[in-house]
Write a protein that binds this ligand. Structure first.
Ligand SMILES: *Cc1c(COP(=O)(O)O)cnc(C)c1O
Length: 430
């Protein structure tokens, strides 16, 4: 697969290069040079999930990896359930939270870890690759888990001390081995700034083979393209032919970007619904305002507390910066925390327990769908990861799934770190 820069298609590279080079030479993001519709879509949709994921990876990545390796990788990475659950007559939820860390970020992190492992098996560096990631919770867990005990890889997770949930912290700070968790004396924005300063240090990046696992990495987007195909496959298996509108709970907009890519590959779906919480940068723009990034506002759906979405650059590039084209492809609105709570309650009455992120997607779907439309919303996290909101609304304790129950007794192994880039670089080199 040829990849090009969002900022200038003259910068192009192989998929393998895009996988390991964090940004393009002009500071943009890597995007596919072409997104042609797949041939034989019907046959693709009839395949079992892991077979279909393997087939799509082969078609997209081409010959840069051996097809036998991609087959094995897909069956190993996507070995957990991906149910499309019916909520009411015309509404379904795609449950993306049955992976090992119970959030959809498992898809991207598991594909990325395995592709890097294959890539590094073909190179000869004696220095392990260092995956550096700043997290407000879910990314750190998924990335740490995906790379844990992987030969040739070390993971460093930067997180704001005291500002992630206890469960989230245990998911990445109790693993040890090749995973180092650094509890930064600062905010999530500080953690991101620290990571960025390291990536911008070319000498340090080379020396430590620093690699980003955040959603600026194209492999994460590619992993997410795969599960949109499951929506169409599962609807067809139920005899539903209507193309759905799909509501995506969005923060950095990697997930929605993947949906738009899947549509360009020929999937009958859309328009998409870009659902946000109070961080309204994108809804305001799609409603005709300027594209104004803002400091993030804290909400119940905290994995979506993003005021400057990093993947919007990819979506804008997909539509050639044409706002009218974006408005035709996407509807957008936000849900307040009060609306999010009300939606958790409404869904619970229908018999389905939502976490706050899924509830935002469902609430905005309810606002923006037109009569007769078939609606699907993406459920990005397990409700047990956000027990406070769920207990408050349903009055019922959320049962801990085994993945989380097993963590309760583990000891945290995080190291404290002052909010200082010199101290961080010293620790990374140690
Ligand atoms: C990261 C995350 C999101 C936002 O996804 P983007 O691709 O950044 O838009 C939504 N829900 C949950 C649970 C997340 O962890």
């Amino acid at each position: 697969m040829d990849v090009v820069s969002t900022r200038n298609p003259a910068h192009h590279a192989t998929f393998r290069h895009g996988l390991t080079a964090n940004l393009t030479p002009d500071g943009g993001l890597w995007i596919p040079a072409r997104l042609l519709p797949f041939a034989n879509l019907d046959a693709l949709l009839e395949m079992p999930l892991a077979d279909r994921c393997a087939e799509i990876l082969k078609r997209v990545i081409g010959d840069e990896f051996s097809h036998a390796d991609l087959d094995a990788l897909a069956h190993d990475a996507f070995n957990f359930p991906l149910p499309l659950t019916q909520i009411d007559e015309q509404t379904y939820a795609l449950e993306l939270f049955h992976g090992p860390t119970l959030a959809f970020k498992d898809f991207g992190a598991r594909l990325l870890a395995r592709l890097l492992r294959l890539h590094d098996a073909d190179t000869t560096s004696a220095t392990p690759r260092m995956i550096l990631t700043a997290t407000s919770g879910d990314t750190g867990a998924a990335v740490a888990h995906a790379f844990w005990r992987q030969p040739g890889a070390r993971v460093v997770v930067l997180y704001p001390r005291g500002r992630v949930s206890e469960m989230q912290e245990r998911q990445f700070a109790a693993l040890g081995d090749n995973v180092l968790a650094l509890a930064v004396d600062g905010s999530f924005d500080d953690c991101q700034a620290l990571a960025k300063a390291c990536f911008n240090d070319a000498a340090l990046s080379r020396e430590l083979r620093l690699t980003s696992a955040n959603s600026i990495n194209l492999a994460r987007i590619l992993a997410q393209v795969l599960y949109y195909f499951e929506i169409s496959a599962a609807l067809r298996a139920r005899g539903v032919q209507q193309a759905p509108v799909v509501s995506v709970p969005s923060g950095n907009f990697g997930n929605l970007c993947a949906g738009l890519y899947a549509q360009r590959r020929g999937l009958p779906m859309g328009p998409f619904i870009a659902a946000t919480n109070a961080n309204r940068t994108v809804p305001d723009f799609l409603h005709g305002g300027a594209y104004l990034t803002k400091p993030s506002v804290a909400t119940l759906s905290n994995a979506m507390d993003v005021g400057a979405p990093s993947n919007w650059e990819r979506i804008a590039a997909l539509f050639g910066q044409d706002r009218a084209a974006m408005q035709a492809a996407m509807r957008s609105d936000s849900a307040t925390d009060a609306e999010t709570r009300a939606e958790i309650a409404r869904l619970w009455q229908l018999g389905w327990l939502a976490d706050p992120h899924a509830a935002v997607a469902s609430a905005v779907l309810q606002k923006l769908r037109k009569p007769g439309e078939l609606g699907v919303f993406l459920a990005t996290a397990h409700p047990a990861k956000f027990p406070d909101a769920v207990v408050e609304v349903t009055g019922r304790a959320v049962e801990l799934p085994p993945e989380l129950a097993a963590l309760v007794h583990l000891e945290l192994q995080a190291e404290p770190l002052e909010n200082d880039v010199v101290a961080l670089k010293r620790r990374l080199r140690a």
